[in-house]
Ligand binder design. Structure first.
Ligand SMILES: [Zn+2]
Length: 202
């Protein structure tokens, strides 16, 4: 089943996607040749939902203007993919480690095609570890292009995830409201009416 994506969809441990959720708008991100770490197929290019693509390109290009070469490490991941990764990591690192760091199939936002793990090019070499300046730049600018830092520091209890400076989620125009109120997607859904009425009164 391929579904139209709602770009503000909430996906987390309490709100998983079904096995057959596949966004119908996936588009390959062509710009990076050799840098995607796909556990199953190293030749597979990262894909994201088409609705996020243009803003992604704008973000990358503004970052470049500001001196940072950002790229995509990982975008869409299927339910099956997540299952395989979980099995692999469980086998290699044990169940406790895997349960901490790998989302259960259906619970990964990457299945929406709207999540991006950013990486960077440092001295012409692909580096999946962003440096402090890049992390800071994304924090301050990504929302202008519809992306939010999905698992911020200090909100671990709310999101259910450890701080991930590389993981951003496309939510479109909603990003400004979330950024300005310093709230996560979870907090927004809890108090949606409140935030909307506040917006109107501005
Ligand atoms: Zn991620």
């Amino acid at each position: 089943m391929r579904l139209n994506n709602d770009i503000t969809i909430l996906v987390n441990k309490e709100n998983p996607l079904t096995k057959d959720f596949i966004p119908n708008n996936l588009i390959a991100v062509d710009e990076n040749e050799n840098n995607f770490h796909n556990f199953i197929d190293p030749n597979m290019k990262p894909m994201i939902d088409k609705s996020a693509y243009e803003d992604y390109l704008k973000l990358i290009s503004k970052a470049k203007e500001d001196g940072f070469i950002l790229t995509i490490d990982s975008g869409y991941r299927s339910f099956e993919y997540q299952k395989v990764v979980l099995e692999l990591i469980t086998k290699e690192e044990g169940e406790e480690y895997a349960s901490k760091f790998v989302a259960l199939p259906g619970c990964s936002e990457h299945q929406t095609g709207l999540a991006i793990d950013f990486a960077a090019i440092h001295n012409n070499i692909y580096d999946e570890n962003l440096n402090d300046e890049e992390i800071e730049w994304l924090k301050n600018n990504a929302y202008k292009y519809g992306f939010i830092l999905r698992y911020p520091e200090g909100k671990e209890e709310i999101t259910g995830y450890a701080y991930e400076p590389w993981h951003y989620r496309y939510v479109g125009k909603l990003s400004t409201l979330l950024y300005e109120n310093n709230i996560t997607l979870e907090e927004y859904y809890l108090k949606k009416d409140y935030y909307y009425s506040n917006e109107k009164n501005k």
